[in-house]
Ligand binder design. Structure first.
Ligand SMILES: [Mn+2]
Length: 423
């Protein structure tokens, strides 16, 4: 994405900062795996949103006073040693070009501590502005008792300056991230296009006797070959009864003639995620029963996409999904009381989508244009070995919504026609 996007993102964040404040964002580190091995590095999403950079160990500093704001970036030094052992480091010029932070404000990490004490946490003439009162940090927790990483990173600083008032940067960032700009939307569309390729490759390969893991591997292969960085989350490839386990990730069982297979997967484009679910018959043809249940889920998927618009709450979409699915199951005599729908449908119908697959932000506000969310009704009848979910990714527009994944087939006839013609 163009650097002007990240300049806009920083400006939008600064607009919500108090005066006499500074903010610190850390790009993160790859987590330790075992011995000298690490897991793949995943850039901190807020850091990416503000800089466009996907590099370990970087620090973004934004200082704001009444008069102005300053953004500084601290990056790893591009030394011969680092290049030989760890790969080429980003130069200051390259970091400036990606983030839009002026190159004269890009420093190396060994300058960070001195810069903080001399130019930020100081009233001296060298200081950028007066002594700050507030420090904004990404206080994201990875669990109810998880300690935000940014607190570890600023332990010494906060001990030495206990008068600094800590503010949660996520309050405004999560708000900003809910609404996607044009370029962000395009990234998500690219992620969905990769996902579509992967799904079609899977549909071409599926037949009785194939194993879920083969389809899993084919999805990875297809999207990466197409240019995606990889999967946005662990793919769910669930044949038959496995599809009634909501977060089934084993993906290691054979597919059986007469079963359905449920796919819930998504490719990345840059750090942006797609998230699509499709369900289709392993042997190419829906049974009458499968088709009956499938058509019900599909009708709810389509109705919700029809009605989603600004002003609606996600909870309303949920309620409508539940009501419609219950009505359908009552007609089929699977249940006799709408409350019993919980037995066959037990997840939420939507979540935000963006830099995170379950993207950040509160659901206590109405939808507004630019919000990207999933529409994913499902029905899971364990006793019949049938699990169905049909998930599309939509963007809220001025007076409705647009289905970003409408190019991925989901009508029964289209699916059967596709499967009958497969290579
Ligand atoms: Mn989803």
């Amino acid at each position: 994405m163009d650097k002007k996007i990240f300049i806009e993102h920083r400006q939008a964040f600064v607009n919500q900062m108090m005066d006499k404040a500074f903010a610190l964002f850390f790009s993160g580190k790859a987590p330790h795996k075992s011995a000298d091995q690490k897991y793949a590095y995943v850039p901190n999403r807020n850091f990416y949103y503000l800089t466009g950079l996907q590099r370990e160990n970087f620090i973004l500093l934004i200082a704001k006073s009444k008069e102005a704001y300053f953004d500084y970036l601290f990056i790893e030094e591009a030394s011969d040693y680092a290049t030989k052992w760890l790969g080429r480091r980003l130069t200051k010029e390259e970091a400036a070009d990606i983030s839009g932070i002026p190159v004269e404000r890009i420093r190396t990490l060994n300058e960070y501590a001195g810069f903080l004490t001399d130019q930020i946490l100081s009233d001296s003439r060298k200081a950028l502005m007066g002594m700050p009162q507030f420090l904004y940090l990404d206080l994201y927790r990875d669990g109810p008792l998880g300690k935000p990483i940014s607190l570890n990173e600023t332990d010494i600083l906060r001990n030495h300056f206990p008068e600094l008032i800590i503010k949660n940067a996520n309050e405004s960032l999560f708000q900003l991230r809910i609404q996607k700009g044009k370029e962000e939307r395009q990234e998500i569309e690219k992620a969905i296009a990769y996902t579509k390729k992967g799904i079609e490759a899977i549909m071409n390969m599926t037949s009785p006797g194939r194993n879920e893991h083969e389809l899993d591997a084919l999805f990875d292969y297809t999207i990466r070959l197409a240019g995606s960085e990889g999967v946005a989350f662990n793919s769910i490839i669930a044949g038959g009864k496995n599809a009634t386990v909501l977060h089934y990730e084993e993906n290691n069982q054979p597919l059986h003639d007469g079963d359905l297979v449920l796919l819930d997967l998504g490719a990345l484009s840059g750090p942006y995620a797609g998230d699509i679910s499709r369900t289709f018959p392993v042997n190419g043809v829906f049974s009458i029963r499968q088709r009956q249940l499938y058509e019900l889920v599909l009708s709810v998927n389509k109705e919700l996409i029809q009605i989603a618009k600004p002003g609606m709450m996600v909870s309303e979409l949920n309620q409508i999904a539940k009501t419609r699915l219950a009505e359908g199951l009552i007609r089929m005599k699977l249940i006799d009381d709408p409350a019993k729908i919980e037995h066959y449908y037990y997840h939420s119908v939507s979540h935000y989508l963006g830099l995170d697959v379950h993207d950040v932000g509160t659901y206590q506000i109405p939808l507004v244009p630019g919000v990207v969310l999933t529409i994913e009704p499902g029905i899971y009848v364990e006793e019949e070995g049938i699990g169905i979910r049909i998930e599309d990714d939509i963007i809220i527009t001025e007076n409705g919504c647009q289905n970003l994944s409408e190019g991925i087939i989901k009508e029964v006839d289209d699916i059967q026609a596709f499967l009958s013609k497969k290579r």
